[in-house]
Design a protein around this ligand. Structure first.
Ligand SMILES: C[S@@+](CC[C@H](N)C(=O)[O-])C[C@H]1O[C@@H](n2cnc3c(N)ncnc32)[C@H](O)[C@@H]1O
Length: 339
């Protein structure tokens, strides 16, 4: 895996363009940074001012930021370089993916969320950061005594978050009220905070602490073995390709789409999309011919660096069923799948 670890190379500029999809699951942060230090996570760091501020304020911590917008990553990387911060790492990943796949339980000492996108339309509700599953994942990743800070300028979001936080057994409120409307000890105003204050909006600040109440264990979700099917068929790659139709399968909270098929010299490339609760992947499977006549292997292509998850295995099973169903003479010779 060609990922520049700051601990190994000691150079901020080489820490760039890290993606959660390409990091080990979970990451051994001590090995990654080269030193053992408490971890601070900022989710949705935007242009990165608060991330850099955290790096300065906690020089003996490692600061890790998760952000989904590429343009924000670029801006934050610029801010980190200008500041010459060496204890901060911006990563391209959703918070949901990072919390479940990159961090072991009880490893984070602070989580900061500043002005999350509200996503108030009903159909977008699943994208909201402050929701039960994601909050439970945050709680499980905090060390005992670890802190969770949230700020929002949207009253309805504050009320919704307040209810959610107050009903979380693993957290205690550190404030004398559900939220404060000022928190000068934050030491810096973020971009969205400044916008809100300029428009005369009230900001709502929350501070919670992980207590000793046990919570449902949420082990880190690791990657699985590569899915793999070997089959024999009288059909040619052209005939298989001609029968491909885009389709969608919904299984519980997983959505699998067969998007497209492309023909290579000795293989078909099947483009797919898999949406699971913790990760979305656009990936491709290959149907590649084998030296033995009439034999083919269905396997995950390395294109786009897909990670073999339960959803990817389900997609392999569905593609395998489709391929085998194309002709009564088709036979499965080997099937390495999570069943
Ligand atoms: C309203 S902006 C706030 C930016 C910054 N924290 C501030 O206060 O100025 C919300 C940020 O969260 C990011 N974001 C949204 N959903 C996210 C997710 N699931 N995981 C990580 N970042 C996310 C967005 O790309 C955006 O940069």
């Amino acid at each position: 895996m060609d990922v520049a670890a700051p601990g190994e190379r000691g150079c901020v500029t080489l820490m760039q363009k890290l993606s959660g999809q390409q990091l080990p699951w979970p990451v051994d942060w001590a090995v990654f940074f080269g030193t053992v230090r408490p971890l601070i996570l900022e989710i949705g760091f935007g242009h990165g001012q608060y991330l850099v501020h955290l790096a300065e304020r906690y020089p003996d911590h490692h600061i890790i930021g998760m952000e989904v917008a590429s343009r924000c990553l670029q801006a934050a990387e610029g801010a980190i370089e200008r500041q010459r911060s060496t204890n901060v790492l911006p990563i391209h990943a959703t918070a949901e993916m990072a919390l479940h796949h990159l961090f072991e339980p009880e490893t984070i000492s602070q989580i900061h969320i500043n002005f999350p996108d509200p996503w108030f339309k009903h159909k977008h509700g699943h994208r909201r950061l402050m929701q039960r599953d994601t909050l439970d994942a945050m709680v499980s990743r905090l060390v005992t005594g670890g802190k969770l800070f949230l700020a929002t300028d949207i009253r309805a979001y504050a009320e919704m978050s307040s209810q959610l936080l107050a009903s979380t057994r693993g957290l205690d409120n550190l404030l004398p009220a559900p939220w404060m409307t000022a928190m000068p000890e934050r030491g810096i105003t973020t971009r969205y905070e400044a916008k809100a204050l300029k428009m005369g909006e009230t900001c709502h600040y929350f501070a919670y602490q992980r207590n000793m109440v046990p919570v449902t264990p949420l082990p880190v979700i690791k990657e699985l073995a590569m899915p793999h099917i070997v089959f024999k068929t009288p059909l040619s790659l052209e005939t298989m390709m001609a029968q491909f139709e885009p389709s969608e399968f919904a299984e519980g909270d997983t959505i699998i789409r067969f998007l497209n098929v492309y023909r290579g010299e000795r293989a078909l490339l099947l483009e797919i999309y898999v949406k699971e609760p913790t990760i979305e992947q656009r990936a491709a499977f290959l149907v590649a011919d084998r030296p033995e006549p009439g034999e083919f292997t269905l396997k995950l292509s390395a294109l786009g660096h897909p990670r073999p998850t339960v959803g990817i295995h389900r997609a392999a099973a569905l593609l395998g069923d489709w391929l085998i169903g194309l002709d009564p003479a088709n036979v499965v010779l080997k099937r390495s799948l999570l069943e």
